[in-house]
Design a binder for this molecule. Sequence first.
Ligand code: SF4
Length: 210
Amino acid sequence: MTKKERALEVIKRLKKEYPDSTCTLDYDEAWKLLISVRLAAQCTDERVNKIVPRLYEKYPTPADIAKAPVEDIEAIVAPCGLGHSKARDIKKCMTMLIEEFDGKVPDDMDALLSLPGVGRKSANLILGDIFHKPAIVTDTHCIRLSNRIGLVKGEKDPYKVEMALKKIVPPEEGNDLCHHLVDHGRAVCSARTAPKCDICCLNDVCMKKI
Ligand code: SF4
């Protein structure tokens, strides 16, 4: 089986196993996803989802957040950890959105990467989930599972994993595959416990590089 054949089979099976996979960060507008991905660094999505309503209650628009004292933002987002740097990035990011992008989240990688606090992983999430463009989000689950399954070989660097997966995953499938890998990583192939290969839908196609 080639890596591409394995990737296609994995995509097919995970789609069937997790038909409702989606981003686990709550948002109803693109700029809110920008804020949530920044807050999610070294924090759980669950906690971020609990914290952000307080922020939007006090500051309902990007312009409000851009004008807010950074100390106020920090007081609200502190439970997500790294409160000072996250508050600073969020304020700067919303300011730049207003001043340089007419208040709208841009839909290309370079523009997204120019925003404070936005890295490649976050930019890919925005491109895929908001704009439905080809995107590979190389988070910890994606990197771990891609290696274990045998889609990449001994590669831990997020950018290199992204480039390797781009060669074997059809562009229109990348975004959903990453959501599926998150669900599969949490349910069956965890980093914290031994992988449950005996009940795994990928058992006979996975190289089990554990
Ligand atoms: S077969 Fe095992 S190692 Fe492979 S994806 Fe499933 S649980 Fe993980």
